[in-house]
Each structure stands twice: as C-alpha cells, then as structure tokens.
Design a protein around this ligand. Structure first.
Ligand SMILES: Cc1cc2nc3c(=O)[nH]c(=O)nc-3n(C[C@H](O)[C@H](O)[C@H](O)COP(=O)(O)OP(=O)(O)OC[C@H]3O[C@@H](n4cnc5c(N)ncnc54)[C@H](O)[C@@H]3O)c2cc1C
Length: 216
C-alpha cells in the first residue's frame, strides 16, 4: 500500500507554525489551544488554480472593509480543506501594486463556517486516499481585522516560515511516495509468470532503466 497516513497526520496542525511565530496572544488562545487539544483542525490555503509552485502569483484578493477584510478568490488542492475549522489563507491584500511581489500578500485566518465559503472535496486522486483534499471558493467572505497574522504585506515571510517548518517531516514523505509504487511494481514483475517465466525476466522489463531501479 502506498503510505498516506503520514500526510494525514502531519496535516492536522497545518498552519499552526504561522500562528505560533507571528500570531497575537488572542490568536494563539483561539486557535493553537484547540489544535493542541485535538478539538480543531487547521489548513493552509495558498495554491490556486493558476498558481502552485509560483506562490507569489496568487491572486485571491482581501480588500479592507468595515473594520475587516472582504475576501474573494479560489484555492486548489487544500489539505484538510473540506474538514478544517479554520484556514490560513495567503491573499493578495491591500497592496497588490507594491513594487516587490514579496510585499503584496498577507496571511489571514478564515473561520471555516464563515458565510461565503464553498468547499468541494476532490475525488479520484491516484494516491493519498486517506488525506482530505479540497477546492475552496471565497465569495465576499468577511473577516475581522484581528484575523490578520503578523503585519500586512508580510505574508510571504510567514509562508516561508511555514514551508521550512514541516520540511523535515515532509522530506521522508517525498522519498517514500515514489519509492513505494516502484517497489510494488518490482514485486509484481517477480511474482507474475508470463510464458512460463517471471515477468521480470522479459526483455523490456530487463531494460537498463529497470536494472538501475532494482533496489535489492
Ligand atoms: C495531496 C496534495 C496536498 C496539497 N496540499 C496543499 C495545501 O494544504 N495547501 C496548499 O496551498 N497547497 C497544497 N497542495 C498544492 C501543492 O502545493 C501544489 O500542487 C504545488 O505547489 C505545485 O503546484 P501545481 O500543482 O500548480 O504545479 P505547477 O506549479 O504547475 O508545477 C507543475 C510541475 O512543474 C514543475 N515546475 C514548476 N516550476 C518549475 C521550474 N521553475 N523549473 C522546473 N520545474 C518546475 C513542478 O515541480 C511540477 O512538477 C497540495 C497538493 C497535493 C497534490
């Protein structure tokens, strides 16, 4: 089986690093305490349909309104997206025209039950089945100003702290994910008999690339 559990477990506290490092005491009490008690689940919503690796290109907008922010945009492939009690979202904020792209975004906590949020669970993944992944749409979602994490325009800095935080946990996962299906394929070719011999002895499967992959 391709291991999926590590992903589900490490995602339970997603985003907590940003609150811990940049959040106010009130935000820590409101969110971190419940995460530690196992009462709340967080999520980090950065990726968008048109911005994945290119994280500085996210275009979700958060415009100041009535003492808070009005948020509009879409997020994609969000771990825990369908079940999270709160989402730490990186939005294009009050300064989308800042000369430096790294000064345009801010991180805002959005409570999962805020009006205007639509979440759609993603079905049909080829792996990682135990792990909840969703697409999220924000349509005029209003959040109070006290939900801003750190300072306006410092979203990239916050996000980098998050990215490097769980790194040591995610690294073994990056090793296991491609290795597990390869091991499954090798095991199958050794066991499966075709034309009176194991499939692994067939010409194409004996290809140099396969030999190189043999991890015995
Ligand atoms: C199971 C799962 C859970 C996820 N959970 C979250 C989450 O919780 N929160 C969140 O915000 N996002 C999440 N993501 C999204 C993930 O962060 C993005 O998929 C990732 O950032 C890549 O973005 P993309 O899919 O748009 O690919 P793209 O950015 O379109 O990249 C496509 C391919 O091109 C490669 N590539 C990109 N740029 C370069 C370059 N300059 N040079 C060479 N190659 C390049 C990439 O490595 C990749 O292989 C999740 C994704 C998955 C599959």
């Amino acid at each position: 089986m391709i291991p999926a559990a590590p992903n589900s477990i490490t995602c339970m506290s997603f985003g907590s690093e940003m609150i811990l490092l940049f959040g106010t005491e009130d935000q820590k009490q409101r969110y971190l305490r419940s995460v530690c008690q196992g009462a709340k689940i967080g999520a980090v919503a950065v990726t968008e349909p048109d911005a994945g690796s290119d994280v500085l290109n996210v275009s979700t907008k958060a415009v100041e309104q009535d003492g808070g922010y009005l948020i509009n945009g879409s997020k994609m492939f969000i771990s825990n997206g369908d079940i999270a009690d709160f989402l730490l979202s990186r939005c294009g904020l009050t300064n989308p025209d800042a000369a430096s792209k790294t000064a345009r975004h801010s991180v805002i906590v959005i409570d999962g039950d805020s009006p205007g949020i639509e979440r759609n669970k993603i079905h049909g993944k080829t792996g990682d089945q135990s792990h909840d992944t969703a697409e999220i749409n924000f349509s005029n979602v209003w959040v109070p100003k006290e939900n801003l994490i750190g300072e306006e325009g410092k979203g990239f800095e916050c996000f980098m702290a998050f990215s490097t935080g769980p790194g040591p946990i995610l690294l073994p996962r990056a090793w296991v994910w491609p290795r597990a299906p390869l091991e499954m394929a090798l095991k199958h070719t050794r066991k499966r008999k075709v034309f009176g011999k194991p499939l692994s002895e067939s010409e194409l499967v004996q290809d140099e690339n396969w030999q190189r992959c043999n991890m015995d």
